[in-house]
Design a protein. Structure first.
Length: 82
């Protein structure tokens, strides 16, 4: 998985009708689980090295980027929707 290539592809693309990114809600820390469009996903989740999840984060919204092997969790979203 080359995240930089995926991001460059998203930035270079002509705007479509649907945004390329998704939002998800952290629903569990162990095992790491994120609800994406109402579906709980606990496999194929990738995140930046050093990014940590704490029990207090459950319920917080994340910006999510689909990738070939699953989903890349980019960062927590503050104050609204992505």
């Amino acid at each position: 998985m080359n995240v930089y290539s995926e991001l460059l592809d998203l930035l270079a693309r002509e705007p479509g009708t649907a945004p390329p990114g998704l939002s998800g809600t952290l629903t569990n820390v162990s095992p790491l689980t994120v609800a994406i469009r109402g579906t709980a996903v606990s496999k194929g989740l990738f995140y930046p090295a050093g990014f940590t999840f704490h029990w207090e984060d459950i319920g917080r919204e994340l910006a999510v980027l689909p990738c070939e092997e699953g989903f890349f969790l980019l960062f927590f979203v503050e104050g609204g929707r992505t």
